[in-house]
Design a protein around this ligand. Sequence first.
Ligand SMILES: *Cc1c(COP(=O)(O)O)cnc(C)c1O
Length: 353
Amino acid sequence: MQHNLARAKACAPQARAWGVVKANAYGHGLERALRGFAAADGLALVEFDNAVRLRELGWTKPILLLEGFFDPSDLELMVRHRFNGAVHCVEQIEWLEAAQRAGRLTAPLDLHLKMNTGMNRLGFTPAAYGAAHARLRALAGVGEITLMTHFANADDAAHPRLPMREQLRRFHAATAGLPGPRSLSNSAGIFRQAEFGDQLGNDWVRPGIMLYGGTPGGKSAADFGLLPTMTLTSEIIGVQQIAVGDAVGYGSRFEADGPMRVGVVACGYADGYPRHAPLGTPVLVDGVRTRLVGRVSMDMITVDLTALPQARVGSKVTLWGRGLPIDDVAEAAGTIGYELMCALAPRVPVVEG
Ligand SMILES: *Cc1c(COP(=O)(O)O)cnc(C)c1O
């Protein structure tokens, strides 16, 4: 985690970095992230309860709530814990104005005013942005306003519909002349920092997946010098020798086309292994890459041991992480590394090392 954070900072040396720790630090655990990202300039997340927890754990640097406050009553926590938060809709501005009138903004709140530059999830349109900014600036209880947007396709340099460059153009056009720091890039945007250079104008970047040794797609984590932070391991708990025509697992979907050895691994969808992983999804057994065969069940998967005559009960298995990039497994399973990390189940014992 420390290494990957240093990589992120090296990619965007002019900017400060929020370490993104939403979703239980992408499945890694909040306390672990707090230690791993101690050198971050701030931590960013979505959940209020975990934001409070970060303060309780002693984090005194900035905390950013990436979706801001969900309800007027959240403002009390924002003020009390000095949370920074995204303002993305007019309702939030109304809640702030009401809180100001009621004298409840007792300490200056730093905010991120979010612009919708084409992703069409959260944020003010470029046309509405200036007016939203002026309303916030008029509130005595509002401190620093960071100008923020989010890229839809930073991982795809040749995106035909909405290239990163176009979102950047819209953002710059609508923020020209407005004071305050800028925050634009997620991991995918940080990976392209060199290509865009100063044009990005990030004062703060928001790396998430890269801090955990994953990528948003495209290049591999190793290309960026990132290290995996989560390695999911198990063992072979049973071996079956099967004959041509024999089938494996629920639905008997995989049928052997010759005699083969099948290893049973103690890991299933109740551990967070994706149930939709198809035949051929890579798995490491004793450090050798082999393939998933048969359906993923709740507590087990089955793998092809034909090329691994030494493998037996107790052989070490890696589902993803060190030696097997999570992005490779995710791609085979039709998902992204983010989802695999976030879905790690509570029953999986976590060992640090
Ligand atoms: C989750 C999130 C990020 C981090 O994205 P990655 O792709 O994981 O780097 C950055 N900004 C915002 C607003 C987010 O919600």
